[in-house]
Ligand binder design. Structure first.
Ligand code: ZN
Ligand code: ZN
Length: 242
C-alpha cells in the first residue's frame, strides 16, 4: 500500500479554503492572471529618468538631481495599483510564490532599458557587463518579524533568470524603521547601518530592491558597495514612488 501524498493533500485543502487569487483583479486560479499580466502599467523606459528610474524624467527629472551613486536605475512599475499590491502581497501578505513573478517583471524592465543609454553612454543595462546581483537586505527587525527576506528570494529568482551569480554582500544592522522617518532622517539613519560582507572590489554589480521611495536605501547601499571598491552599481526596483 502506498503512503498518501500528505503534502499534496495539504496543498489541496489550502487551495480549497484559501484559493489562489490574482493580485490584480482577485480572480481565483492564478497569482497574476493573463488579463492583468497583459495590462501591467509598465514605466516607459525611453521616457524614464536614467539615474533614478522615475517615470517621465528622461529630460527633466523632478525626483533626483542626477547625483545618485549609480550608473543607472531601472524601475518596472509605478508604486500604485498592481505595482503596490505585488509588493505588499509578497512582503506583508507572505505570498512567497510571487517572488518569481516580481523577478520576471524586473527582468522585463531591464531588457527594455537595455535599448536606452545611461548617462555614461552605455546601455542602462547589459547582462554580460554585470558580475553579480546584490540585494538591499531587510533590517534584522523586519527579518525577525517576517521570517524571510523577500528581496533575497527575488534576487535569487532574478539571478536564475539572467544567469548571473547572486552575491549576498550587504548586511543591514538595526536602525530605526525607515517607514516612520522623513526624507532627511532616512539618510542619517541609514548611513551607518549598512555593511559590506564580501569582497566586491573591481565588480560591476546589479543592486535590486522592491520599491524606491526617496531612494535613500538604494543610494546608501550603492555608496557602501562603491566605498568597498565596486567598479559600478546599476540599480533596479520593481516599483517607483513618484
Ligand atoms: Zn487579474
Ligand atoms: Zn531622476
Amino acid at each position: 500500500m502506498s503512503l498518501p501524498d500528505l503534502g499534496g493533500l495539504v496543498d489541496g485543502l489550502q487551495e480549497l479554503m484559501w484559493p489562489t487569487r490574482c493580485v490584480g483583479c482577485e480572480l481565483p486560479g492564478e497569482l497574476l492572471c493573463d488579463q492583468c499580466r497583459a495590462h501591467l502599467p509598465w514605466i516607459d523606459q525611453q521616457l524614464a529618468c536614467p539615474v533614478c528610474g522615475a517615470p517621465f524624467g528622461q529630460l527633466i527629472c523632478t525626483e533626483c538631481k542626477r547625483d545618485w551613486p549609480v550608473r543607472s536605475c531601472v524601475c518596472a512599475l509605478p508604486f500604485s495599483g498592481i505595482g503596490a499590491r505585488l509588493v505588499t502581497c509578497l512582503k506583508d501578505g507572505h505570498e512567497l510564490r510571487l517572488a518569481p513573478v516580481v523577478a520576471a517583471a524586473m527582468a522585463t524592465a531591464l531588457d527594455e532599458a537595455s535599448a536606452w543609454p545611461a548617462p555614461d553612454g552605455a546601455p542602462r543595462f547589459d547582462t554580460p557587463s554585470i558580475d553579480a546581483i546584490c540585494f538591499v537586505p531587510a533590517t534584522a527587525r523586519a527579518y525577525r518579524r517576517r521570517g524571510f527576506d523577500h528581496m533575497e528570494l527575488v534576487a535569487r529568482e532574478l539571478s536564475w533568470l539572467l544567469s548571473l551569480p547572486l552575491d549576498d554582500a550587504l548586511v543591514r544592522e538595526e536602525g530605526l524603521d525607515q517607514r516612520i522617518l522623513g526624507r532627511g532622517d532616512r539618510e542619517l539613519n541609514l548611513r551607518d547601518t549598512i555593511e559590506v560582507a564580501s569582497d566586491v572590489s573591481g565588480m560591476d554589480l546589479l543592486l535590486v530592491d522592491d520599491v524606491i521611495t526617496t531612494g535613500a536605501s538604494m543610494r546608501a547601499c550603492s555608496a557602501a558597495l562603491l566605498d568597498r571598491g565596486a567598479t559600478s552599481v546599476t540599480a533596479c526596483a520593481l516599483a517607483r514612488v513618484w
